[in-house]
Each structure stands twice: as C-alpha cells, then as structure tokens.
Design a protein around this ligand. Structure first.
Ligand SMILES: Nc1ncnc2c1ncn2[C@@H]1O[C@H](COP(=O)(O)OP(=O)(O)OP(=O)(O)O)[C@@H](O)[C@H]1O
Length: 260
C-alpha cells in the first residue's frame, strides 16, 4: 500500500519543502490557554509522535492543523503555503490531509467500500470504477475485502478502525493525522491497528500521531514531541527522547510508563 518508499536511513535530509510548518500557534478557550505558541516542522516521510498528559493539548493541536479548530495566533504552512489565511478554502485544505480520530467514524449507512471511496469520488472526482478498484485493493491489504459490501456494524472495533485508516489514506493525502486511534479499542484489538500504522510509516506516509502508546511511539516514530500544558517541552529523535530525555518534565512523564 506504500506510495513512496521511505529514503534509506543514511540518505541526505530531504531538500523538498516541509510537509507542515507551524509557527506560534496559540489557541484559548475563554481564559483557558490550551496551545501556547507551538512551533513544529514535519518533513516528508517523517513519523512524529505527539505525546503528553491528558489535557495537554494534543487533540486541539491536531485539530488546528486540519483547520477544524480556529487559531488565535500563528501560521500554518502546508506544503509551504499558508493555509491559516482566513481566505483559504478550508475544505480544499482538508482534502489534502487524512485524519483518523479515536472513535472510528465510519458512516454507518454506507458500505465499508463506499466509506473508503467516498472522498475520492466526491471530493477528488475520481471515477467510481477507479475509486472502487483502489478501495478494494486497500481493503484487501488489511484483510477486509470480504467485508467491502457490508455495513460497518458487521466489523469489530479493530476492523472498523483499520477501515477508517485506509479510508483516510485512500486519497493519498500529504499528511496523515492520527488522534489516539487505539484508545477506544479493547486491548486485544490494539495490535492489529498498530500493525497497520507501522506499515504505513514504513511505506513512507508522513504521519503525526497523538498517542499514549509509548512503546509504539518508541518503535515507529522518527521524532517524539512532548506537549506539556500547551507548550512543546521536548522535540527529539525517538531514541534520544526515551533514552536521554533532557527535561525534568519529560522524565516525570515517562516515569509513568514503566517498561518503556
Ligand atoms: N471545544 C472546547 N471548549 C473548551 N475547552 C476545550 C475544548 N476543546 C478542548 N478543550 C480543553 O483543552 C484542553 C486540551 O484538550 P485536548 O483534548 O487537546 O487534550 P489532549 O492532550 O488531546 O488530551 P487527551 O490525551 O485526554 O485526549 C483540555 O483542558 C480540554 O478540556
């Protein structure tokens, strides 16, 4: 299912424009300042894990990237273009970003295949036959081809979440945002969803994933960004983040995840 192979580990840093750059992102709900000036750059093929305590602002940050949450201040560059400009068509920006939330939001009244192909057909105007061919390939790649014509309620939670993930990549987005995609699953279903995320990461998909799965972040992410009360406290290569965190707040946070 990979679109682009990830460059070899020793390849030079990509010279292409970053996929995403955030500068000074600020968001408050009334007096509650949730994002306090976030700067973040994501390069092509990078997998960034966004970690932090509950309420630290991870979901809000992902929602701002997808323009689902307005910002009070700052700039969002997607592929080098300022998409935080109020004159920008938010739907067109969203069409370039795949998003999967904690609760798999498949449309219950559409077949699994229609769910997977909907955005391609309606937003990207891909002919139905082509969209369905691609959708079936994607469903086959996650072992769900036999459920293509079923409604989502025939699937387990893990199967639904995997279908939601392939739906998000069916349009070949520039960036995939995953917001705690395993948090609502029974523990025995978590592994199958993480395996799919791992294969996308290995295939070169650019991903930002908010997660509480520290072992997974350590294994799959290139970088880990630690958000604490709306600020990025640490932003480091995954190995360095877990083995030699620089900040006391990071160490405190990681101490809660024994065995990582
Ligand atoms: N629409 C809203 N109105 C008011 N407060 C909000 C709104 N959305 C988020 N918040 C607040 O913003 C803070 C950050 O929430 P957010 O969901 O971004 O945190 P999080 O790090 O993703 O947490 P979790 O790990 O529990 O999902 C929380 O205090 C939350 O109550």
């Amino acid at each position: 299912m990979s679109r682009t192979e990830r460059p070899a580990a020793d390849a030079p840093a990509p010279v292409a424009a970053g996929v995403l750059s955030l500068r000074g992102i600020r968001r408050a709900f009334g007096d509650h300042v949730v994002l306090r000036g976030i700067d973040l750059d994501v390069a092509p093929h990078e997998v960034v894990a966004l970690v932090g305590a509950s309420g630290s602002g991870k979901s809000t940050l992902l929602r701002t990237v997808n323009l689902l949450e307005p910002i009070d201040d700052g700039v969002i560059l997607l592929g080098g273009a300022d998409v935080s400009d109020p004159r920008v068509d938010a739907d067109r920006v969203r069409a370039r970003i795949g998003v999967v939330f904690q609760h798999y939001n498949l449309f219950p009244h559409l077949s699994v295949l229609d769910n997977v192909t909907l955005a391609s057909r309606l937003v990207h105007r891909v002919p139905r036959a082509d969209a369905e061919r691609r959708g079936l390939e994607l469903l086959a790649s996650i072992g769900l081809a036999d459920f293509a014509r079923s409604f989502p309620d025939r699937l387990s939670g893990g199967q639904q979440q995997r279908a939601a993930i392939v739906r998000a990549i069916a349009t070949e987005p520039e960036l995939l945002l995953l917001d705690e995609v395993t948090s609502a699953l029974d523990p025995e279903l978590v592994g199958e969803v993480l395996a799919l995320v791992r294969s996308l990461a290995e295939g070169g998909t650019t991903i930002i994933m908010a997660t509480h799965e520290m072992a997974f972040a350590r294994e799959v992410a290139d970088r880990v960004v630690f958000l604490d009360a709306g600020r990025i406290i640490e932003d480091a290569p995954a190995r360095e983040f877990f083995e030699a965190p620089r900040h006391a707040r990071t160490r405190e946070f990681l101490a809660r995840f024994r065995g990582v």
